[in-house]
Design a binder for this molecule. Structure first.
Ligand SMILES: CC(C)(COP(=O)(O)OP(=O)(O)OC[C@H]1O[C@@H](n2cnc3c(N)ncnc32)[C@H](O)[C@@H]1OP(=O)(O)O)[C@@H](O)C(=O)NCCC(=O)NCCS
Length: 190
């Protein structure tokens, strides 16, 4: 069989992966995390570059979290809660999505509660997500997108070894406005 046959990702969708770094645990996110999700998703500074509307009540967070198991069951998306190991504090969330078994690639997304910005947490989390995608899932390419105004997110991608491949002009409507996005990616050179 060709080595470029579709990947068999079923083991990763039977038991949700748990990723670990020096300071962080990335484990499945659940409805039990609703209060912590609401804490970041209701902050308009956090949501300004995100596709979701700023959460108004905890029901908005619960509605999203209730969708998470279905997306996982359909092999569409894995959503992680990012927890600090030292005190079990919930810092934010990240995801593998646009997962292609056929083309051996996926995209990642991420968000942190503002209280935890600027301490290198997301760089640490994304480095491990890329390692996991390449070494365990046998992915060939990992991509991510950010709005062109989102300098912190672009910096995370660059610090994780991703390269800017393209810029899409006004390709999304976010919070009622057209916005432009950078596409970053890294290819596994093994
Ligand atoms: C993007 C985000 C996840 C970064 O998380 P973080 O843990 O603070 O990131 P890190 O500390 O690992 O790295 C951030 C880097 O960006 C830099 N940075 C911060 N703001 C910046 C800006 N406006 N322009 C350029 N660089 C910036 C930081 O200085 C840091 O680099 P340094 O360590 O070399 O100084 C966080 O800001 C966030 O949750 N933002 C809101 C949600 C979001 O935008 N998600 C991404 C959608 S694509």
């Amino acid at each position: 069989m060709s080595s470029l046959a579709p990947l068999d990702l079923s083991p990763f969708f039977e038991t949700h992966p748990i990723l670990e770094t020096e300071r962080l645990l990335l484990r499945p996110i659940t409805v039990d995390d609703a209060e912590e999700v609401f804490a970041y998703a209701s902050d308009p500074i956090v949501s300004q570059y995100m596709i979701f509307s700023t959460h108004q009540t905890i029901e908005d967070s619960l509605a999203w979290l209730r969708n998470v198991p279905g997306e996982f069951a359909r092999k569409e998306r894995m959503n992680f809660g990012i927890v600090r190991k030292s005190d079990k504090k919930f810092l934010g969330a990240s995801s593998f999505h646009h997962i292609s078994q056929q083309h051996h690639n996926l995209e990642i997304g991420y968000v942190l509660n503002r209280a935890f910005w600027g301490q290198g947490y997301m760089t640490e989390a994304v480095r491990e997500m890329i390692r996991f995608a390449f070494e365990e899932m046998r992915m060939h390419r990992v991509a991510a997108r950010c709005q062109i105004a989102n300098g912190a997110s672009a910096k995370v991608m660059e610090r994780c070894g991703m390269s800017r491949e393209a810029t899409f002009c006004e390709d999304e409507v976010i919070h009622g406005e057209y916005v432009s996005n950078h596409l970053y990616a890294i290819v596994n050179e093994r």
